[in-house]
Ligand binder design. Structure first.
Ligand code: DUC
Ligand code: ZN
Ligand code: ZN
Ligand code: ZN
Length: 476
C-alpha cells in the first residue's frame, strides 16, 4: 500500500497553521498531507481531535547521578513511558560529566543506560562540570561535530558550579563550534550566605528552601550570564526562568542585541512558595530550583508565555521519590532542607497543563502551543526540520489530542517512577490520547501498545556558527 498509516479527519496544527487534513505515513516519515487519502495498511480516525507535532521536552533529568546516596526516580524506561503518555515523542535528558572524568566516559555510560529502554526518541545535552583544557580544547569540539551540540552549565551547586572565567571559556568554545549553551542562573555564594543564616536561626524545614534562593539570586545570575554571552558574542539559553525580574534582564539583553532564548516550566505557572505554608516536611515534594515564587511572578511567566518573552516551555522533570531514603526524605533531608534533592517530576503533565490552562483557556492559540512545546525545541537544539513539525519528509512524531477529556491530575494515573505529583488535583481539559513515534502508535486511545526499545537515539546538528536558529516568537 501507499502508506503504512493514515491519520484521517483530524484538525492539524503546526507552528504556522491550523487546517483539516489527512496525514500519510510511510517508513516512519510523513510522506503526504492532503484530503481524502487512501491506501493504507491501517488508519486512525482523528475526527474531533487535534493532530499536533509530538511534544519535545528539551529539559529532562533521567538517571542523573545525584551524590550522597540520592537516586533519581526515573530510568530511561519509566521516564520515556511517562513522557509518551503525556504526548511527547522526544525527550532531551542531561548527560552529566563527573569531575575528573571525560565527556566521552559520561556519554558511554549514559548511552548504555538508554539503549533499548526507550519508548520515545531521545537526544542528550551534556552537563560540563569540569571544563579542563582537554575538555574545552579537544573533547567538546569533537563531540559538537559528532552530533552532541548542546550543553548546560551551572552557576550554583558546589559540585557543579562554574566560575565566570570557566563560563567565558565554555561560551567561547560554543562561539567557535556552534554549540548551544544552556545556563542555570543562581548566585551560589549568595545562596550559601542565606543558608548559613537560616541554619543559625534554626529555620531548616523545606519552606526555607525558597527563602535561601530569592528572586534577587536568580536575577543577578541571569544578568551576569547574559553579560558574559554578550562579551563573548554567542547565543545563550536561559533555562527555567521563574519570575518577571529575570525576564526583564532577558528583555534588556535583547535590546542590546544579545541572542537569548528563554525557557519557563509548569511549576512557575501553577505553583507558588505559599503552597509550602503548613506543609511542613511534606513541602519537600515541591523543593526545586529556582523555587516557585509569588502570584505576581506567576502572572509575569504567563505573560511571557502569551507574548513571546519565552521561546521554550519544558518540564524540568527531575524526579525524586518523596518517602524514600534515596529521595527527598533521605536521612539528612528529613532534618534539613539543604539536603533535600532539588527537582520535581512533570514530564507527563507538562503538555496537558499548557494545553488546558493555555490553549483551552484562551491564553494562547494552537500554533503558539506547538511552538512552545515542540517546534522551538527542535530548532534550538538542532533537531529541526526532522522533528518539531508536521511536514512532508519529517519524522512521523505525532500526538492526537482529545479536547473533550476532563481529567484531574492524580499521581496514581501517571507513569513516572516518583511517588507523588506536585500537580495533584489540578483539573485539566484535553489530554493526548494517542502518541505516534516514528510512524508507530506507542500509546493508542490511552493504552500502551508500543514496546520499549522503539525509541531511538537522535544525534543533533550544531548551530550555524554565531547564528541563533530562526525561532518563532509570538507576534503580539
Ligand atoms: N536544575 C535543574 O535544571 N533541574 C533540577 C534542579 C536544578 O537545579
Ligand atoms: Zn537547572
Ligand atoms: Zn533541570
Ligand atoms: Zn529508594
Amino acid at each position: 500500500s501507499n502508506y503504512d498509516l493514515i491519520i484521517q479527519n483530524g484538525t492539524v496544527a503546526t507552528a504556522a497553521d491550523v487546517f483539516q487534513a489527512d496525514i500519510g505515513i510511510k517508513d516512519g516519515k510523513i510522506v503526504q498531507i492532503g484530503q481524502s487519502l487512501s491506501g493504507a495498511a491501517r488508519t486512525i480516525d482523528a475526527s474531533g481531535k487535534y493532530v499536533l507535532p509530538g511534544g519535545i521536552d528539551s529539559h529532562v533529568h533521567i538517571s542523573q547521578p545525584s551524590g550522597d546516596g540520592i537516586e533519581m526516580a526515573d530510568d530511561f524506561e519509566s521516564g520515556t513511558l511517562s513522557a509518551v503518555f503525556g504526548g511527547n515523542t522526544t525527550i532531551m535528558p542531561f548527560c552529566l560529566q563527573e569531575k575528573g572524568k571525560s565527556l566521552r566516559e559520561a556519554l558511554t555510560a549514559y548511552h548504555a543506560l538508554a539503549e533499548g529502554q526507550c519508548y520515545t526518541d531521545v537526544s542528550f545535552h551534556l552537563i560540563i562540570s569540569d571544563p579542563s583544557d582537554a575538555v574545552l580544547g579537544q573533547e567538546l569540539p569533537a563531540l559538537v561535530a559528532d552530533g552532541y551540540p548542546s550543553l548546560k552549565v551551572f552557576m550554583t551547586y558546589e559540585s557543579l558550579r562554574l566560575d565566570d572565567a570557566q563560563i567565558l571559556k565554555t561560551l567561547d568554545v560554543a562561539r567557535r563550534t556552534g554549540a548551544t549553551v544552556m545556563v542555570h542562573c543562581e548566585n551560589e555564594d549568595a545562596i550559601r550566605f542565606l543558608i548559613e543564616k537560616h541554619e543559625l536561626a534554626g529555620d531548616v524545614a523545606p519552606r526555607a528552601h525558597a527563602s535561601t534562593r530569592p528572586v534577587a539570586v536568580e536575577r543577578e545570575a541571569t544578568h551576569r550570564a547574559l553579560t558574559l554571552a554578550e562579551i563573548v558574542d554567542v547565543p545563550v539559553v536561559i533555562v527555567h526562568v521563574s519570575n518577571g525580574e529575570a525576564m526583564e534582564e532577558i528583555a534588556r539583553a535583547r535590546t542590546r542585541g544579545v541572542k537569548v532564548v528563554g525557557e519557563t516550566c509548569p511549576q512557575y505557572l501553577t505553583l507558588t512558595a505559599k503552597d509550602l505554608d503548613g506543609m511542613d516536611w511534606e513541602g519537600a515534594k515541591l523543593v526545586c530550583s529556582p523555587p516557585p515564587r509569588d502570584e505576581d511572578a506567576q502572572k509575569e511567566c504567563w505573560r511571557g508565555i502569551e507574548t513571546g518573552a519565552f521561546e521554550l516551555f519544558s518540564s524540568d522533570h527531575c524526579p525524586f521519590r518523596y518517602d524514600d531514603q534515596h529521595g527527598k526524605l533521605n536521612p539528612k533531608g528529613r532534618t534539613n532542607f539543604r539536603h533535600i534533592p532539588n527537582g520535581i517530576p512533570g514530564v507527563e503533565t507538562r503538555l496537558p497543563i499548557l494545553f488546558s490552562q493555555g490553549f483551552m483557556a484562551g491564553r494562547i492559540d494552537l500554533p503558539r502551543f506547538v511552538v512552545l512545546t515542540s517546534t522551538n525545541h527542535a530548532k534550538t537544539y538542532g533537531l529541526y526540520p526532522q522533528k518539531g513539525t508536521i511536514a512532508v519528509g519529517a519524522d512521523a512524531d505525532i500526538a492526537i489530542w482529545d479536547p473533550a477529556i476532563e481529567r484531574t491530575i492524580r499521581h496514581a494515573d501517571l507513569h513516572d517512577g516518583a511517588d507523588y505529583s506536585p500537580y495533584e488535583g489540578i483539573e485539566i481539559t484535553g489530554w493526548p490520547i494517542t502518541t505516534i513515534v516514528a510512524g508507530k502508535a506507542v500509546v493508542e486511545n490511552g493504552v500502551l501498545v508500543g514496546a520499549k526499545g522503539h525509541g531511538q537515539y537522535r544525534k543533533a546538528a550544531a548551530r550555524q556558527i554565531n547564528k541563533q536558529s530562526n525561532l518563532t516568537r509570538a507576534t503580539s
